[in-house]
Ligand binder design. Structure first.
Ligand code: SAM
Length: 277
């Protein structure tokens, strides 16, 4: 038994409060409490922890996070229609759930808690990547991020070199975090079903980036390299305005290689050479 057992089934909540899914808000609701429980467990031990959830909607994942023992859950939801359903959950778990009616892209979420928090979210697909980039910029305030994306974005986050999905997002995420692909969820599990498969990923921010490099320079080098991913690096890096072959040789990289073949470590070595010139 948990406090939430007194709450009505999610389908009933959706009907009672008229929560017809709004496409513009990326609303695909997960009503299977086994699946929401599984997502919450990917974040590790939640007892005594502060958790941020983005887009709780009718509250399926919200209930699972509370059932998993989170001490304090701050749920940020843009759609005011969801607030009565979330207030019912808040009453069922006294003193543990705070609902903030705001836009996750705009809000300064780190001002809402002290120390570190975990983020757990079934993200609205249309804003998922900008939200991730925003949180990577404040990663010292998050001990983990367990996030559901459309599979194609999760593939990019966790991709290894020499694969189609490997690119700027893979390098930035893996440089700053340990990334782990958790599991896929079929469109059929959602109401309404989205067009694509979803995948849960956990990112654990590193204390220091995996290899030394200046982030701005690394981003510039990676952007130039992948700007023309089929070209050899000696050509694709030309927009950076330095003698490309010299720079690559100083970094120990053969100039005829292509962006997608380079490891994160090699991109960092290249960024250090560009920083010195
Ligand atoms: N967590 C619920 C679940 O798993 O069933 C709903 C997930 S649904 C994919 C995305 C949720 O994010 C919706 O509730 C939607 O209203 C909310 N949302 C969309 N854009 C948002 C934004 N910019 N800020 C905060 N919430 C947003």
């Amino acid at each position: 038994m948990t406090e939430g057992d007194a709450l009505p089934p999610l389908r009933e909540v959706i009907a009672r409060y008229g929560l017809n899914a709004e496409k513009s808000l990326g609303q695909n609701f997960l009503l299977d409490l086994n699946l929401t429980g599984r997502i919450a467990r990917c974040a590790g031990k939640l007892e005594g922890k502060t958790v941020i959830e983005i887009g709780p909607g009718p509250g399926g994942l919200t209930r699972a996070i509370l059932d998993a023992g989170a001490k304090r859950l701050i749920a940020i939801e843009k759609d005011t229609r969801c607030l009565p359903a979330l207030a019912d959950i808040s009453n069922a778990y006294p003193g543990r759930l705070e609902v903030v009616n705001d836009d996750a892209l705009e809000i300064e979420e780190t001002a809402l808690f002290d120390g570190k928090a975990k983020i757990i979210a079934n993200l609205p697909y249309n804003v998922a990547t900008p939200l991730l980039i925003k949180w990577l910029g404040k990663r010292d305030r998050f001990s983990s991020l367990t996030l559901m994306f459309q599979k194609e974005v999760s593939d990019r986050i966790t991709a290894v070199p020499s694969t189609k999905a490997y690119g700027r997002l893979s390098i930035l995420c893996q440089w700053l975090c340990e990334t782990k692909r958790e599991f896929d969820i079929s469109p059929r599990a959602f109401t309404p079903p989205p067009k694509v498969t979803s995948t849960v990923v956990t990112l654990r921010p590193r204390d220091t980036p995996a290899f030394p490099a200046d982030q701005k320079i690394l981003e510039r080098v990676v952007a130039a390299a992948f700007g023309q991913r089929r070209k050899m690096l000696r050509a694709s890096l030309k927009p950076l305005g330095k003698p490309t072959e010299d720079m690559l040789e100083k970094a120990g990289i053969t100039p005829t290689r292509r962006a997608e073949e380079l490891t994160v470590e090699e991109f960092c070595a290249l960024a250090r050479v560009y920083a010195d010139q």
